[in-house]
Structures are given as C-alpha cells and as structure tokens.
Design a protein around this ligand. Sequence first.
Ligand code: ZN
Ligand code: MN
Length: 488
Amino acid sequence: MTNLDYKIIVGLEIHVQLATKTKMFCGCALSFGEDANSRVCPVCIGMPGALPVMNKQAVEFSLLAGLALNCEIPSFTKWDRKSYYYPDLPKNYQISQYDLPLNGTGFIEIPLEDGTSKRIRITRAHLEEDAGKNIHAGDAFSRVDLNRAGTPLLEIVTEPDLSSGTEVRALAIELQRIVRYLGISEADMQKGHMRFEPNINLAITKDGTEYRTPITEVKNLNSFRALQRSVEYEARRQLDEFIDTGKTMVMGNKSTYGWDDNRNVTVLQREKEEAHDYRYFPDPDLVPVEVDEKWLSKIKSRLCELPLQKQKRFVEQFGLSDYDAGVLTADKATAEFFDETVKAGAEAKRVCNLLTQIGLKLANEKNCSVAELGILPKALAKLCVMASEGQISASAAQTILVEMSGGENEPEKIAEEKNLLQKNDTGELEKIVDEVLANNPDAIAEVKAGGKKSKKASGFLMGQIIKATKGSANPQMAAKILSQKLGQ
Ligand code: ZN
Ligand code: MN
C-alpha cells in the first residue's frame, strides 16, 4: 500500500434515562431492580383503550438539556408513533418524535487531553419512551419484564464530528457530567441510564483519491470503555477490510454490529440495513406541546454553570492545572464545595491539593462525594489558612483533614490534641537550637570550616532540631534561628 492515509468519522446516538419520579405517559413509579412486572399499569403494558398522559417534568428536563446543549428550541413539537413489533413492546409502537423534536440543532463542547476543547454539533434531541426488557436466562423460553416500558428517554443525535475513540469517550463523559449537573438523570452506566450507539466509518485517502468505507453502527453500548474500544476496533477492522477488498460505501450498505466485551471485538448482527418502515404518524392520543417564551425562561432559570465552564474557570481564576480542575469538577457537589472553601478565605491551590490528595481518597473509601464527608467549607478553609500561616505543616494539614472527615470541624482543636502545632515560639525554639548545638560541636566545626561537608553538617543540625521538637518546629523559623546562631 502506497501513500495511504485515513481519518475516523463517528457520529453518536445516545439514549439518556431521565430521573423523573414516574414514567413518561402513566403514573407508574420508576424504580430499578424491582420484581418483574410489578411497576406496570394498563397504559404501559399497552392495553387497548388506555390513554397516555404526558409527564410534564420529563418535558422540562428535556428542554433543560436542550438549553445546556445550545439547541434551538422550536415553539411547537409533537408526538409520533413509531411502529414495530417486538415482545417487549406490547403496544406495537413506541411513542417518539419524528419530524418535530423538542430540541433542534445545537452543540456540545468536549474537553480534549491537551487542555483545549472541541465543538461537536448536535443534530437533535427528542423525547420518547423506553421499551420493556426481554430476559433470556437460558431456559427453554424467554421472559418479558415491562417495568422499564414507558421510561422517559432523551435521545440525543450528534453530527459525525468525532474523529477518535478518545473523543467519543470524552463526549460521553462530558454528557454524563452535564446531565448530572442539571439533575435530570442519574446517568448511572451500570443501570443502563446512558446507552450509546456510534456510527463509524473511515475517510481513506489513497494515491490522492478519497474513499469512504461503509458505515457500521454498534448497538447498545453501556460503558465508556466499551464505547471507546468498539470505535477503535471498528476503525482497524474497516481499514483492514478496505485494504483486503477495496469495499467502499454505497447507499444502503450500512451494517449493524454488537460488542463482545469478553473478546473485545465487534460482531456482525445485520449485513444490510433493512429499509425500516416505521410508519411514523402523529399520535392521536396526545396533544402537541407548545413551548412559549414564559415557560422556556422559567426553565432557563434552572440552568447552572456547566461543568466545562467551571473547569475552565478553575484554571483561569485559580491557576489550577487542567487535570486538577477536571478532577474537581467531575461532580457538581465537589466543585461547589471547592468553590465555597476558596470563598471562605483558603488558598485555591492548597484546597485543591488537600482535596485531590486526601479528600477524594476518603470519599472513595466511604463511597460518597467529598461534599458528603461531613467537612464544612469554612472549617476546611480554616485548616488551609493555618497551613498557609505556618501554624501547621503541610503533612499535618493532611492528618487533620483525615480527622475532620469524622465530623470534627475544629481543625485548631485537632491540631492541639495531636500536638501538631508548629513551634512558632522563638524563645522555646531558640532553647532547643542551643541544646542541639551544645551537643554537636563537631557538626558546628564542619559547618564553620565550609566546603563540601558544611552543607551536610547544617542539614544534620536541622534534622536534630526537628527531631528534638518531634516534628512540630516551623522549619523556616528553625532554619533562621540556626543560621543566626552559627553566625551565617
Ligand atoms: Zn404504567
Ligand atoms: Mn430511540
């Protein structure tokens, strides 16, 4: 192969489960892990004649997502029936939105590894209901659980603006942060709250001519890892296929793949995209939704500073590294906790270090967020100030933070009890320095002689002083006194 270059092209379809209390068109509670078919009613099991009633909160959550994703929001939107037959869909149609979605074109900004960001265009984001679940447990028959049927889903479709597995993963993580910040989805991957379907192909340039490989869609990915790997695998597979066969894209040769998580490969499911005819038509049981300015501005008032904005602000305003800012803004509670601590007078970098080095570890162990450790921002700020003023050492601050996570919010008290206050009392320190000097005349001689051994000897003396104070001496102050005494 001479002169071959290629670019990966990926667009995403994402289903996000909304965190409403009840289902999209009935009053059944949304809850995970219940007995099969215990959260159902005539509406969501598709009894003839049962009438759907819209869940207003689901509509508002979707509009809030649309605002955060910079979408155009039309004033008129309607519901359509998407007809297909499957055991987990007893109505034989899914209520969805076809030509007039709640949210039109928009974009999402995703952070890249080099600290810059990339804008990915959003095609649309519409609201629909989920189907039930077929359970194939390996018996002679399969079961159907309709607890999930009727769950509100926000389906987000992007333009094919993504160009690597890493970018696809970054978008998924960014979207998870956004919907969690907005409080519209728990976005718990393990519970299938976010499901991804990448559409992948390659633009190959060979000897100056560009070729496009056939598009493949990988279905139903529910982990970031599987999402990234499937895109990377498909890119390699398509490149190999092109080199072997020269096959390129023609209308209708899109195929569907599944992901085998054990073997880390995609598996062909359907060779040709059947010309689906879903027979979309407006649902006669539901009225269209009109979104007026007044309603929309009310929803707009629920927007918050979005995660990437926050991350960039932490870098610019506080001089944090992009990495640290990303860690602190991973969840909203931690980001706000950090913000409040800085507002209460702490040095931003010190708060950041304490939280990323100690706080997150503690939170991890307790399976909660940093904000839920029982530490008040004001108390953490106090601790930081004590460290900045030299009342305690940096390592003592870490020790005290661990104690504070037990709910003790007085860092001064802990410092005193644990004897961690640095000796800033010049008189007392001087006495200790004098003692150390009296006990080490050889070292003094070496310091005074200068040369190679001098540095080592003064280091030794400092060590003795710190040891004599059991580590509680303020090192800067001790060094100052020592050099004065040595006449330096
Ligand atoms: Zn129901
Ligand atoms: Mn869908």
